[in-house]
Design a protein around this ligand. Structure first.
Ligand code: IMP
Ligand code: MG
Length: 172
């Protein structure tokens, strides 16, 4: 069984979500964006974030996966495509963690074809050391070391999503 080592506390997460919401509130004050959240990992982050936003918005979900255990297969699958029209819309992607960048690049390419007015990215976590393709993160919570992390929506083989803090997985 893996052991979990605390990395980011509930209070630190709360402060980061406040900070991101403030930035997003300023930038989208006069807009009516669609928040495109990537399932499953972003579900807690999204729900904490949207409750701090003070402008009209739509929420859309996409389901993307490329992981088996703690390693990426490098091939992204779209389980659930967006249902609403994104043409002319300001799209804000909400993601739990950017790792190699392959998932986000795949999604941005996909969304561009839907002709939105703009696409920006809000990610709670970034693992810059593992990047394989460049990604511009417009709103970032934390940079984390090259370790596998869980909690606050993030999983290890579908476990630990329910935890309120973020932990590093130590495989034993
Ligand atoms: P990328 O395509 O390598 O950037 O991987 C992005 C996706 O992999 C994220 O949306 C997560 O679902 C998953 N992922 C990457 N690193 C971690 C991690 O440390 N813990 C949990 N999930 C991760
Ligand atoms: Mg994810």
């Amino acid at each position: 069984m893996p052991q979990l080592e605390p990395l980011i506390t509930e209070q630190e997460i709360e402060q980061a979500v406040d900070r991101l919401a403030n930035q997003i509130n300023q930038d989208y004050r006069d807009k009516f964006p669609v928040l495109v959240a990537i399932l499953k990992g972003s579900f807690i982050f999204l729900s904490d974030l949207v409750r701090r936003l003070k402008f009209p918005l739509h929420i859309e979900f996409v389901c993307l996966s490329s992981y088996q255990g703690t390693t990426t297969t490098g091939k992204v699958r779209m389980g659930l495509p967006p249902q609403m029209s994104l043409k002319g819309r300001d799209v804000l992607i909400v993601e739990d963690i950017v790792d190699t960048g392959i998932t986000i690049n795949y999604l941005i390419d996909y969304l561009r074809k839907k002709k939105p007015a703009s696409i920006r990215l809000c990610a709670l976590l970034d693992k810059p050391q593992r990047r394989q393709v460049p990604v511009k993160i417009d709103y970032l919570g934390f940079s984390v070391p090259d370790k596998f992390v869980v909690g606050y929506g993030l999983d290890w083989e579908e476990r630990y999503r329910e935890l309120s803090c973020i932990y590093v997985v130590k495989e034993t």
